[in-house]
Ligand binder design. Structure first.
Ligand SMILES: [Zn+2]
Length: 242
């Protein structure tokens, strides 16, 4: 049973130039997982002698590049990804479908299939926390590489419908640049002004801008706010050229 007394400890691990891996630790059981290890060494340095799960949001190398190094050190760790990413995620042992649940110690996560950035993209939805990979960024979304704009729009709308308090942990520190584009798209949005000031101060201290929340994203993220597929597609192609 999920207990209110149990905490899921979440630590962002900066990787490569601007990626985040996330270390998840169930405080009650010590059960440990990592989301999207871009590379091995910073994650290995952050681990405390235990790794149970590697949770990949999609197959791109900057989200899975550390899988093999981690498996060398922790050969018993299970590697999760979408069922359709079979053959694309190094070391994958678990083939997830939409709606399945997994357990990180006492903490359950529901798998949300969110194709668009890639055709095998998933998000991991814990009670209070959402890991979005390259589907949802702070004030933006990922490029539509393998899916269609309509597919990506539908995926983002699913995330937008989650509880507003849900914390949002994204795959890249693109926040300042994203907020710049968002301001170009929505010049009269006052929430963007205050969010940009806060993010700039955070980055000036060398800190991460994660987590955001669904509540904040609904106010500042033009891609979550796009009402139709056509609006979304227009915005995405503008951002691609921005
Ligand atoms: Zn990607």
């Amino acid at each position: 049973m999920e207990s209110v007394l149990s905490t899921l400890e979440i630590t962002p691990i900066p990787c490569l130039r601007d990626n985040y891996a996330y270390l998840l630790r169930c405080k009650s059981s010590g059960f440990t997982a990592v989301v999207d290890p871009s590379e091995g060494s910073p994650v290995l340095a952050a681990l405390d002698g235990r790794l149970d799960y590697i949770l990949n949001t999609h197959h791109h190398w900057d989200h899975t590049g550390g899988n093999e190094a981690l498996l060398e050190a922790y050969p018993q760790a299970a590697v999760f990804g979408h069922a359709s990413d079979r053959g694309r995620i190094p070391g994958q042992t678990e083939f997830l479908e939409d709606g399945e649940t997994i357990e990180v110690g006492l903490h359950k996560a529901r798998i949300l299939f969110v194709p668009g950035h890639t055709t095998g993209a998933i998000a991991y939805h814990f009670r209070d926390d959402l890991f979005t990979g390259d589907t949802l960024f702070i004030a933006c979304c990922g490029r539509v590489f393998e899916g269609t704009a309509a597919m990506m729009h539908a995926s983002l709308q699913r995330l937008a419908a989650l509880s507003p308090q849900t914390r949002v942990w994204v795959g890249h520190e693109y926040t300042l640049a994203n907020l710049g584009f968002a301001q170009a798209a929505e010049p009269d949005n006052k929430d963007l002004v205050s969010t940009l000031a806060r993010a700039a101060a955070t980055r000036k201290q060398g800190l991460a801008t994660v987590p955001s929340s669904i509540e904040l994203e609904l106010k500042i993220n033009p891609f979550l706010r796009a009402e139709t597929d056509t609006d979304f597609a227009r915005l995405r192609s503008w951002k691609d050229r921005y």
